[in-house]
Design a protein around this ligand. Structure first.
Ligand SMILES: C[S@@+](CC[C@H](N)C(=O)[O-])C[C@H]1O[C@@H](n2cnc3c(N)ncnc32)[C@H](O)[C@@H]1O
Length: 200
């Protein structure tokens, strides 16, 4: 659904970037949402988590476990939408192996820097991290077999644009393994205008 309340999208994005830059730069801080390895373990992450460097996992800020919907297959081409510090991409890279490929995309530079450094530490050649926005993906049609995403689409006001892009970049028969926040009750207009409620 496109945003039907008057919010300043530029301001919203800059506040979201500030929040997640801080998760990258100051992972030891207390945030209003859980972060870090103990949280990922509580979520039942697969054994591949153990090989992902602390430098990525300490800034893990997912809301659930997209791999609980199924493991990825060897050779698959994976898009990690809103890859943050790279935990899910680096788990996925191990599942798809050398014949597969993982691309993480995120709009926050500080998160991308942490993810790239962790991939280098881990020495995985089949992952790359790209700067970009979920609403305008810089990929050709049909580029991926599976999209994973964790705690990202809830942050994007124009969900229609995101799902239309996911549909475009997935190959026929592709799938989406989403971990995200949903709400049971409509949010008031006043609530939707509160930037703080979006960023967490
Ligand atoms: C809650 S964090 C989750 C990060 C990662 N998926 C994880 O599980 O640790 C949300 C991430 O989404 C990114 N993000 C938010 N809105 C975005 C958008 N419109 N386009 C691309 N990235 C976005 C933020 O920069 C942040 O890194």
């Amino acid at each position: 659904m496109a945003v039907d309340v008057d919010i300043d999208i530029r301001l919203l994005k800059s506040e979201i970037k500030k929040t997640y830059a801080s998760v990258s730069l100051e992972p030891e801080k207390d945030f209003i949402f859980p972060t870090g390895r103990a949280w990922a373990e509580d979520l039942g992450y697969p054994p591949e988590l153990a090989s992902v460097p602390d430098s990525a996992v300490e800034s893990f800020a997912g809301v659930a476990n997209p791999f609980s919907l199924g493991r990825l297959d060897e050779g698959e081409r994976v898009l990690d939408l809103g890859s943050g510090a790279g935990t899910d991409s680096l788990v996925a890279a191990q599942m798809v192996g050398a014949a597969g490929r993982v691309v993480g995309i995120d709009m926050t530079e500080e998160m991308l820097a942490r993810a790239r450094a962790a991939a280098a530490t881990m020495g995985v050649p089949n992952v790359e991290f790209v700067e970009g926005e979920a609403e305008r993906l810089p990929f050709a049609d049909g580029s991926f077999d599976v999209v994973i995403s964790n705690g990202v689409i809830d942050l994007v006001p124009d969900k229609e644009a995101v799902f239309s892009e996911l549909h475009r970049v997935l190959a026929p028969g592709g799938r989406i393994q989403l971990a995200d926040v949903t709400i049971q009750q409509p949010v008031s207009e006043e609530g939707r205008r509160k930037i703080d409620l979006w960023t967490g």
